[in-house]
Ligand binder design. Sequence first.
Ligand SMILES: *Cc1c(COP(=O)(O)O)cnc(C)c1O
Length: 303
Amino acid sequence: MQKGSWIWMDGEFVPWDEAKVHVLTHTLHYGLGVFEGIRCYKQADGRSAVFRLDAHNRRLFDSARILGLEVPFAEDELARVCVETVRRNGFEECYLRPLVFLGDGEMGLAARNRVRVSVAVWPWGAYLGEEGASLGITVKTSSFHRFHSNTLMSKAKTVGNYVNSILASYEARNAGCEEALMLDTEGFVAEGSGENVFIIRSGVVKTPGAHSILPGITRDTVMTLLAEMGHAVREERVTRDEIYIADEAFFTGTAAEIAPIREIDHRRVGSGGPGPLTREVQARYQAVVRGRDERHRDWLTPV
Ligand SMILES: *Cc1c(COP(=O)(O)O)cnc(C)c1O
């Protein structure tokens, strides 16, 4: 990974190599922490801008509230910190990782240690590869299910929830696939290990409802763009075999952006490459994040 120069921690900027924590940091042991993944893009005018910063920042605070963590900074303050961290590191394009975690002090589940906050940024290319974005990826339905909302609560982007995602991701990769598709506890399609999923058949676009998924901001962006293209997205239950017979399918996420699914469980999806609607959504998404779409300038925060 390409290092930056500065990481913001608990109210101040510290040199990248000095942004360290104690080994008895509570979150390291028990997983209670929340984070965000945000992207900053170089704009058509040559400047840089953070995409949908307010929505991500809002979700960070929502996630903290769900877990009962009190963030010791105001929401607008943290939004300014995100922008300042990008500026200080001088990246034209980068990924931003705000993290809220419980520090060291006491051990045990009842510990009420200091809530700490950090923001790191670094350049990060296409999460599922450039080739994945242009040709599509291979997917395996995971034997690990997405959890019930009374188990870990899917609307919080929780550090510990990612154990579930990593198990699914390892399993998919060990089986020679690039990403996992996870079902919910009832066996319906939920999402990828860190992406939401969309399917298209005969022009009808569907995505699973928000019961047992992390409601992605890219998911919301894509639903908005599809509606503008005349395709109101249906949020409803999706079965595994509906993906097998879909014309097109794709994942959405800040890191992965829009990743076409070309194969699932060793079955070709549609033509076996990105379909026409998927390509159009990808093109529109790139236009929006790079400030080439007048209608969505309010989603961009200049650095
Ligand atoms: C972060 C995440 C997503 C994608 O959310 P975006 O806001 O689009 O980046 C989807 N699923 C899970 C489990 C996630 O953690």
